[in-house]
Design a protein around this ligand. Structure first.
Ligand code: 13P
Length: 255
């Protein structure tokens, strides 16, 4: 496997944080700090911040993502947002399957598959999140869980669409807990996911495929995690809200 074939992607998932005014502040501060990054830089912002984020990130290397999307293009789905709406705004990236959506808002492997499909059909790039709960890790079924989540989400996705799919491996027990997976644990699962892509598609597709790690990645531990052969970037929650910390992580990925 050859890491040279992949460009790291550092994405900040702001979750339900930052108002539009705060969005402008954060992105304007971030811009000069990441302008020379040798990795892709993405901010995943709340829906109401998208317009501001797109405006502030215009003509920069910062890409803007939504944190979710519905699988229909329009219809009676109160409170939901479609890929048609996102695309018209100019949003090119979307997160699907985040564990917080799965845990608190009833997302299932099947709805994650449908959302992923809709985003790809709209021409968007997807950051697909998968990961096991602590109980599942303790039962030694981590590989089964991530394998099932990956296979279901990618059902029907063609090899030529894979350059618009990023998988973020986020062990749920490491999210927002300050309990990071060790670099070895992160790499072990990321490697497994890459091997699964090789099996489902081809070794060439797997070599090019970006697999991020997420879960308490921060300015202190990023370098070690990102140095792992199968960790191609990060999906960062808490630390992405602090400009200097996020910029440090971007720097670590640019080495
Ligand atoms: P934390 O970095 O806050 O643990 O969040 C990780 C995450 O869920 C990113 O999507």
């Amino acid at each position: 496997m050859n890491k040279e074939l992949r460009k790291a992607v550092i994405a900040g998932n702001w979750k339900m944080n930052k108002t539009p005014l705060e969005t402008a502040e954060l992105i304007n501060e971030l811009k000069p700090l990441v302008k020379d990054a040798d990795c892709d830089v993405v901010v995943c912002v709340p829906y109401v911040d998208l317009q501001t984020a797109l405006y502030c990130a215009e003509n920069t290397n910062i890409k803007v993502a939504a944190q979710n999307c519905h699988w229909e293009t329009s219809g009676a789905y109160t409170g939901e947002i479609s890929t048609t709406m996102l695309k018209e705004m100019g949003v090119e990236y979307v997160v699907t399957g985040h564990s917080e959506r799965r845990t608190y808002f009833g997302d299932t492997d099947i709805t994650v598959q449908k959302r992923t499909r809709a985003a790809l059909d709209a021409g968007m790039t997807v950051i697909l999140c998968i990961g096991e709960y602590l109980e599942q890790r303790e039962q030694n079924i981590t590989f089964e869980v991530v394998s099932m989540q990956t296979k279901i989400a990618l059902e029907g996705v063609k090899e030529e669409e894979l350059d618009r799919v990023i998988i973020a491996y986020e062990p749920v027990w490491a999210i927002g807990t300050g309990k990071t997976a060790t670099a070895e644990q992160a790499n072990e699962v990321n490697k497994f996911i890459r091997e699964l892509i090789a099996e489902l598609y081809s070794p060439e597709a797997a070599d090019k495929f970006v697999v991020q790690y997420g879960g308490s990645m921060n300015a202190q531990n990023a370098e070690e995690l990102l140095a792992q052969p199968d960790v191609d970037g990060g999906l960062i929650g808490g630390a992405s809200l602090k400009v200097a910390d996020f910029a440090t992580i971007v720097k670590a990925a640019s080495k």
